[in-house]
Ligand binder design. Sequence first.
Ligand SMILES: [Zn+2]
Length: 499
Amino acid sequence: MRIAALGFLHETNTFQTIKTTYQDFVNFEFVRGAEIAKRHATANSTLTGYFKGAAKYEFELGPLLFTFTGPTGTITKDAFDRITGEMLDMLKKQGPWDGVLLAQHGAAVSEEFPDMDGEVARLVKNLVGPKVPVVMTLDLHSNITQKQLANTTAVVVYRTNPHLDPVERAIEASELLVRTIRGEIKPVQHLEQVPMIINIVKQPTAFGAMKEIMDDVAEVVKKPGVLSASCGQGFPYADVEHMGISFLVVTNNDHKLAEQHAKWLARRAWERRAQLQNDSPSLGDALKRAKAAPAGGQPTVIMDVGDNVGGGGSADSTHILAEAKRQGIAGPHSLLMSLFDPEAVQACIRAGVGAEVKLKVGGKTDTMHGQPIEVAGHVRVISDGKFEEPTPIHGGWRFFEYGPTVALDTTDGHTLVLHTNRGVGNMSRQQHYSIGVFPERYHVVICKGTVSPRAAYEPIAREIIMANTPGVTAADMGSFKYHHRRKLYPFDLDVKYEG
Ligand SMILES: [Zn+2]
C-alpha cells in the first residue's frame, strides 16, 4: 500500500497588510522527499504522525512536499500556483497511489481562493481520481467548508489548543485512510456551521466553555458508528464568508447519524455563545497586576493578544513596553520580551557583544503596533537563532532557524530579545535558553501570542494574563472591518442558529 503525504500549511490573517509570498514559504520551511523525514520523523507534528501511522498500519509513506510559514497576510497567486504546481507534479510523477494524506491548516486564504485548503483538496482529488481516498488533517483554528469535505474522504481536526495532539490526529487520519483502502469502512461526513465566533481569549481547550465543547466532541467520538468527530474553532482574523465555528462528524456510511451528532454539538456550542466572548483585562490593568505580584518566585506571563505572532501579529508591537515604562516597571530582571527588529539587530551586531548601545526598537511595521521606543543598554549575546525543542509544544515543531538574534539588557532592567524573523512567536522556552536567557528569573515575561505559548510557559508561570492589547490580532473584534463574513454572533446580536 503506497500513500502520498503532502502539506501546504498556512493560517492567513487577511487583516495583515503584508502579503505572503513564495519566498516566505521558502524562508520558513519548504521540504521535499527525504528532507521531510529529517525534520519531522522525530518531531511532534502532523507529519511525524503520518510517519508513525505508516509504521503502525504498515503502509509505504511517500512524503512528497511540505511547506508552511508563519501566519501572515493573504497568499499571493504566484505562491499558490508554484506550490500547488509542484505538489501536483510530484503526485503525478511518483504515482500511482492507494491514498493521499494532506496536512493542511484550514484557514488559508490566497488571492484567488478564500478557501485555499478546499481548493488544494480539489486539485489533489481531481488528479488522483474518485477511487483514491484523500484524508486531510486540519488545525483546530480551521474555518471548515463544504468544499473541503466534498473533496476528501474524511477530515480530522486537532482537538487541543495549544495544539499538542497533531501526532495523535495524524495517526487517526492514517487509520481512517488505511481502513478505507482495505474496504473495511466507508466514511461519510457532515459539517454543521454555527453563526458565531469564539473569541481568541476563549479558545484554550483546557478550561471554560471551550473545554465543555471539546468534552462534547470526545463524547460523540465514543458513539457507535462514529469514526471521528471534530470542532473547527474558526480563525476570526480571516475575512471570508465561511469564517466561524463548525462541527464535523464522520460516520461509517450513515449520513443521518453524522448530521444528528454534528447538530447536537452545534446546538450545545450555540447555547454557550455568551461565555465564549472577550473579557480580557486592559493592558494597564494587566501590568498593574503583574507589577503588584510579590518579588521572587515565578514570573507573571502576559500574553500580548493584539500582537499574536501565531495569528498574524507583526511581532514588533511596543504597546506593552511603552506601558511598562510608563508604570515604572524597572529593576534587575523586571521584564523579558521579544521584538522583531532587523535594523536594531544589525546595529547591535555592528556594536558587538558587551557594547553599550542606544537605539529605537520595535513599532516599525505599521501604525497598529505602537511607536519605536528609545532604549539604552548593553548587548549581552548575539546568536544565529537556531534552537531545538525536543518536547511536545504547540504544533509539535522541533527545529527552529530564526536567523540573527540579539539579547539586549536595557538600563531599565528589561531584557529584549531582538530578532530578524517575523514568524518568531514564543512557543518554546528553548528560544531563550539557547541564548542564555532564563525566563524563570524575570518578574514579568511577555509572550507575543494568546494560546500557543501556553504549553511552554504554563509550567513556569505564577499566572498567565491575556491582555487586551491593540493590534492586528486584537481580542476586541469591533476593531476589524469585515466585508465578506456572514452574519455572526457577537457582531450581529439578532442572528439565530436553527440547527
Ligand atoms: Zn492553530
